[in-house]
Design a protein around this ligand. Sequence first.
Ligand SMILES: C[S@@+](CC[C@H](N)C(=O)[O-])C[C@H]1O[C@@H](n2cnc3c(N)ncnc32)[C@H](O)[C@@H]1O
Length: 255
Amino acid sequence: MLPEVRPGRVLLVGAGPGAADLLTLRAARAVGEAQALLYDALVPQEILDMAPAHCLKIQTGKRAGRTSMAQATINRLMVRLARRGLDVVRLKGGDPSVFGRVGEEMDALRAAGIEAQVIPGVTAAAAAAAQFGFPLTHRGQARRVVLTTARLDQGGLAQDWRAAADPEATLAIYMGGAAAGAIRDQLLAAGRPATTPVLAVENAGRADARLFTGTLDGLAETVPSDLDGPVLIVVGEVAARAAVRAPALLTELAS
Ligand SMILES: C[S@@+](CC[C@H](N)C(=O)[O-])C[C@H]1O[C@@H](n2cnc3c(N)ncnc32)[C@H](O)[C@@H]1O
């Protein structure tokens, strides 16, 4: 009879925005001890290199519009690897709980009786705010932060934007780069003033980050359509506080 294998555990780990020194110590330790690593496309090579040489590394992720592994396949893979006794790290960009499908993965692991835990990471909005010196909340200007996404559904935005009309809400819009024009239209229709400051950050948290600023009526022009890196859009009064710092300091901080 084959000896019974002790199931491994799965850690759902936030890799942060793409700079290795923005990993938490706990996340770095988890990657350094991983026996199997399932990672998303936004995780940089520098972080993958922290895994042991014998670690099995599998890319699951995609960038917008490109094929990637189906969520059900990822769930099955995590369960299978853990059942073979491997300690698995599921590494995701930013924080796993922000548009990271952590709920679905946790459900699948729990249903399979696999021990699972989440290790948080720095989400893109926090990284962008820190890097370009603007707050997400600000007394008298921004009393709430809405983390939202813009997914186009049959040519239109598949969500109700009325909640975003609060002039004291900072909107941090994930996956919105390609929908900037539609976001502008929806927010104007919801009553957000055309002069509301907006910004977009490409590659937040990294040495090659870029900041674009404008106002809501010009959002489509503010976000260049040919950006290669991930883009976060911020709408709200706090966006007027963003400042481009000296490139040398940016590089020093993010490298
Ligand atoms: C699937 S969501 C994952 C978000 C991630 N869990 C987080 O907490 O940042 C991917 C989107 O997050 C945003 N994003 C992720 N990393 C980013 C970065 N370094 N700079 C700007 N936006 C980023 C982009 O809008 C991108 O399309």
